[in-house]
Design a protein around this ligand. Structure first.
Ligand code: HSE
Length: 432
């Protein structure tokens, strides 16, 4: 038996599907119970279809969604176009037409997922999106199935392959930001607009989806604070290293007494921390839960075959369900009302780096400023910046957001110091 799929878009990930369908066919047939075939491929123009055919892609290319909706033999639509529109309209139309949908579109699912999930339920079809978070890492089914018995308390992750690849090349091989970005784009890791990768927005979308699976809460994207890698200076990287840390863009989702807290920010990770060794395009999701304790899921977060493998797994789950005639199940059944944590419950240590403006103002004066807000240091490093001004960098003990905000204002108001960067710190280093 054969199940036919309609592909929306034929970019990097979609082009990985034919290879996997051929290479893994015996296993797919045995486990899905049938063969999966590409029935039609929607592309934006006839010229695009002609260009793809001339490159050897021999598919039934169509330029109208209606052609896919009207094809009774197509049971599953696979959306790999990205962005919000027209992907959202096409997925809605497919669900209403009684077709199951697989998508890798984190922007869309993070922003409009609930609407599409409800539509799928209304029309008794499946909507799965394993590939939307961390590319080739099967983290969503791990949270919804393998960890269904456990209570998740925190999820920390390196969730964007492009920015992690760029940071790794900039730190380890002294590449410029521009060279690293161009290379990530050439390798097919980056989004069509790489701003989402480097500004932490793509990782925030993934964190929003992880929040649904790990905590059963739908957090809005504007409730996730995000900062990108563009603020990290070579000096910060060098200072962090001297203090025993690496800087990574980390997504952090935690539940406190009052609710959940979500942010994506550059963070200092102690070199012995499990996330510190996650380099290049690799992603990792570190789950803390009551029963298992800590478990980490590591793998390629972007790229053709890894992402296509997650898409194919969704296709196989749906195909098997079709074959066995089972009742349609939601991809994620865990749902609770979303409550946001109070900022005063969120404690962290911080890396604070200042330039000394007034030569008579030294470390003791900075220490007084911190002590005025009941904060003190664990580590201190003094040195010259590239501009030969004196730099003082401290790692604070754990303090609240409000304390850090007040210290930041006090530094901004002082004539003695100018703030260069503040980053969150994820635990103590061995240099401490
Ligand atoms: N641009 C994304 C990344 C692709 O680099 O992680 C996978 O979501």
């Amino acid at each position: 038996m054969v199940v036919k799929i309609g592909l929306l878009g034929f970019g990097t990930v979609a082009k990985g599907l034919p290879f996997l369908l051929k290479e893994n066919q015996p296993k797919i047939r045995q486990l899905a119970g049938l063969d999966i075939e590409i029935g039609k491929v929607l592309v934006r123009s006839q010229e695009k279809a002609d260009a793809l055919r001339s490159q050897g892609h021999d598919y039934d290319f169509v330029t109208s969604m209606d052609a896919i909706l009207a094809d009774e033999t197509i049971k599953i639509v696979v959306e790999l176009m990205g962005r919000i529109e027209p992907a959202k309209s096409y997925i809605s139309q497919a669900l209403k037409a009684g077709k199951h949908v697989v998508s890798a579109n984190k922007d869309l699912i993070a922003c409009h997922g609930q609407e599409l999930i409800q539509l799928a339920q209304q029309h008794q079809v499946m909507f799965a999106y394993e590939a939307a978070v961390a590319g080739g890492i099967p983290i969503l089914r791990t949270l919804s199935e393998s960890l269904m018995a456990d209570k998740v308390t925190r999820i920390l992750g390196v969730l964007n392959g492009t920015s992690n690849y760029m940071l790794t090349k900039m730190v380890e091989e002294n590449w410029t930001y521009e060279k690293a970005l161009a290379s990530a784009q050439a390798l097919g890791y980056a989004e069509s607009d790489p701003k989402n990768d480097v500004e932490g927005i793509d990782a925030a979308y993934k964190l929003a989806i992880l929040s649904q699976f790990g905590f059963g809460m739908t957090i809005r994207i504007d409730q996730i604070h995000h900062q990108g890698i563009t603020v990290i200076r070579p000096e910060d990287v060098a200072i962090a290293k001297e203090l025993g840390y690496v800087i990574k863009l980390i997504g952090d989702l935690q539940e406190t007494q009052s609710g959940i807290w979500a942010e994506v920010v550059p963070s200092l990770v102690p070199i012995k921390h499990p996330l510190a060794g996650v380099n290049d395009v690799m992603n990792a999701v570190l789950v803390e839960s009551v029963g298992v304790g800590q478990s980490m899921y590591y793998g390629p977060g972007a790229g053709q075959n890894p992402t296509a493998t997650s898409v194919l797994a969704d296709l196989m789950h749906i195909s098997r369900n079709l074959l066995e005639g089972q009742a349609v199940k939601p991809f994620n059944a865990y749902q609770r009302p979303c409550r946001l944590a109070k900022a005063e419950e969120i404690l962290s240590a911080y890396y604070v780096s200042v330039v000394v403006l007034d030569a008579s103002a030294q470390l003791a004066q900075l220490a007084d400023l911190f002590e005025a807000h009941n904060a003190c240091f664990d580590q201190v490093l003094e040195g010259q910046s590239d501009q030969e001004t004196l730099l003082i960098t401290v790692i604070t003990k754990a303090i609240t957001r409000q304390q850090m905000a007040k210290i930041q204002s006090a530094i901004d108001d002082s004539n003695a110091f100018a703030l260069t960067n503040i980053f969150k710190v994820l635990g103590e280093s061995d240099e401490n």
